[in-house]
Design a protein around this ligand. Structure first.
Ligand code: 9MR
Length: 360
């Protein structure tokens, strides 16, 4: 297991990060006080895609201006780190994490175990023994590499079935097929060994919406937490993805109850991946922006008034780049507007709402 910190950046990653840093900050880099965001009662952050970090200095500068926490969107996923078995490539992840560290910002690790973003050699594993071996090896390498630099990890991401009432509670994956739920225990144990001081989390979506499907998802999450605790495995927090969808209004009662149940188990929570899927909303941007801001307000209201999250982060920062324009483009051909800043990097009503919850 390697125990390097990102303080030992490779030459290539320093050059990449430094290039983006210089480009991103016509701001004086040596005067961090001028580039620090306003003081927040909960750290505010956003996920940054490496290519945008390298190529779009204005976009990256927006992170510098507003984020307490800057972290890789895709660069810590398995296919980015270990595309070929046994060959770890940390260039992209180090670029972003080194950038955050240089600016004295926090960072976050997303994610060790997911059903997708896996190279073919992992997807084709059929034996439990082999799956366990590569899982432990991957986590030991990655968590060890970033120990001391990445303070919190989504150890497991999206393991709950979309509808747990349907064909079983858990999502199909190479890990479930080979190891069943024990892959979660294995992953947490490996992460705790390699990064003993890091916060360890399970991250999932649709935990705050109305209806029996989302209630079943909350129950499945609590089952996972209790299961780990029953086995003596530390779990520190839940990542509550905020991919809000107007088709599924916020269940303020259900969300508050869920957070209280987590509290009673001694587990905190983070609001992760916040954005609003506006693909079915009217094309009129003002209508959409008001609707999305209001939905975020309802979500944050239920959460913050129950217990403060450990952090609040959005999935990207501006509408310039969003997964939704690829996966669920607006139905009338309009540009998706899911994030706090518009495509010209101007703040939207959603940002005002977020600011209100962050205010000390
Ligand atoms: O936004 C991410 C996109 O750029 C990637 O292509 C995709 C696959 O790696 O993952 C997207 O991020 C997902 C996140 O990792 C987990 N929750 C859902 C996010 C949106 O699909």
């Amino acid at each position: 297991m390697r125990q390097n910190s990102v303080k030992n950046l490779t030459r290539r990653s320093v050059l990449a990060g430094a290039g983006a840093l210089t480009a991103a900050t016509t701001l004086p880099v040596c005067a961090p006080a001028q580039t620090m965001p306003r003081k927040h009662r909960v750290p505010f952050g956003a996920a940054l895609e490496y290519q945008h970090f390298l190529e779009d200095s204005d976009y990256t500068a927006l992170f510098v201006e507003h984020c307490d926490m800057i972290f890789p969107m895709n660069a810590l996923k398995w296919e980015a780190l270990q595309y070929n078995q046994g060959e770890f490539d940390y260039l992209q992840a180090e670029g972003i994490i080194g950038f955050a560290e240089h600016l004295d910002r926090a960072t976050y690790g997303h994610t060790f175990v997911w059903y997708t973003a896996l190279p073919d050699w992992v997807q084709s594993i059929t034996s439990a023994r082999q799956a366990k071996k590569v899982l432990i090896n991957h986590i030991h390498n990655v968590a060890g590499h970033f120990a001391g630099s990445v303070p919190a990890w989504d150890v497991v991401n999206e393991v709950i079935a979309h509808d747990p009432r349907d064909k079983g509670e858990w999502r199909d994956s190479v890990w479930m097929r080979t190891l069943g739920l024990s892959h979660i225990d294995i992953a947490f144990a490996a992460a705790a060994e390699a990064a003993p001081n890091a916060e360890l989390a399970i991250n999932d979506y649709d935990l705050g919406s109305v209806g029996p499907r989302c209630q079943a998802r909350r129950e499945a999450m609590l089952t996972l937490v209790r299961r780990l605790q029953d086995r003596g495995q530390r779990i520190d927090s839940i990542g509550m993805q905020g991919h809000l969808d107007p088709d599924f209004p916020i269940d303020q009662e259900g969300l508050a109850r869920f957070i209280r149940e987590l509290q009673s188990l001694g587990v905190g929570y983070r609001i992760t991946e916040l954005d609003v899927n506006d693909w079915k909303l009217p094309s009129d941007r003002y209508v959409r922006d008001e609707f999305s801001a209001d939905m975020v307000d309802q979500f944050l209201d239920a959460a913050f008034s129950t217990a403060l999250p450990l952090s609040l982060s959005t999935w990207g920062l501006s509408d310039r780049y969003t997964w939704l324009s690829e996966v669920m483009p607006h139905r009338k051909g309009a540009k998706n507007r899911p994030l706090p800043f518009d495509e010209n990097l101007q703040p939207k009503p959603m940002f005002d709402v977020i600011q209100r919850y962050l205010a000390v």
